[in-house]
Design a protein around this ligand. Structure first.
Ligand SMILES: Cc1cc2nc3c(=O)[nH]c(=O)nc-3n(C[C@H](O)[C@H](O)[C@H](O)COP(=O)(O)O)c2cc1C
Length: 152
């Protein structure tokens, strides 16, 4: 992972307000969708269809898979649907943190969408997980979201 990535333990910037909320993208393979179901928090999905526009008016953490060809800092690693969503300034402003998934077979390109978005938006990278995530990933992300929002 790039050394200059913003991690939650050295983050003194803005925290989200309101209630815990997740925006996520998942392709037709639905790995991320199934993961988000398991963390069981209010969420909304970015449609795979680029024609469908999603506008968000509350703070959220973004969960996204990585779609690149491997390699290092490759902007192509962020799904096009996520890029389009983040091109809306209002959506971008409400994005307070990012969680990314991927497949470790991609080596240095593993879950690279996370550090790329973190740096672009200047928000912390909260977590990275593989494919469907393990039950430990589910528990850790639930805790991370609660702490990030300052909920007990
Ligand atoms: C064409 C393709 C490219 C991928 N590129 C990467 C990659 O660069 N890095 C990575 O960590 N995972 C990569 N993956 C793995 C996906 O991020 C992983 O399967 C993820 O769980 C898919 O989530 P989804 O089913 O919600 O879309 C790629 C998968 C595919 C099919």
């Amino acid at each position: 992972m790039p050394k200059d990535v913003i991690k939650i333990n050295n983050w003194n910037g803005a925290k989200p307000s309101g209630e815990i909320f997740v925006i996520y993208f998942s392709s037709l393979s639905n790995n991320t969708h199934r993961f988000v179901e398991k963390i069981n928090v209010p969420s909304q999905r970015i449609d795979v269809n680029l024609e469908k526009k999603l506008l968000v008016n509350q703070d959220f953490v973004l969960i996204t898979p990585t779609y690149g060809g491997g390699g290092d800092d490759d902007e192509g690693s962020v799904p096009i649907q996520v890029k389009k969503f983040l091109n809306e300034k209002n959506n971008r402003d409400h994005c307070k943190g990012v969680i990314a998934s991927g497949n470790t077979n991609f080596g240095n390109g593993f879950a690279l969408a996370g550090p790329i978005i973190s740096k672009k938006l200047n928000v912390p990278l909260l977590y990275q997980f593989e494919l469907l995530g393990t039950s430990e990933d589910v528990n850790r992300i639930k805790e991370i979201l609660k702490n990030f929002w300052g909920k007990k």
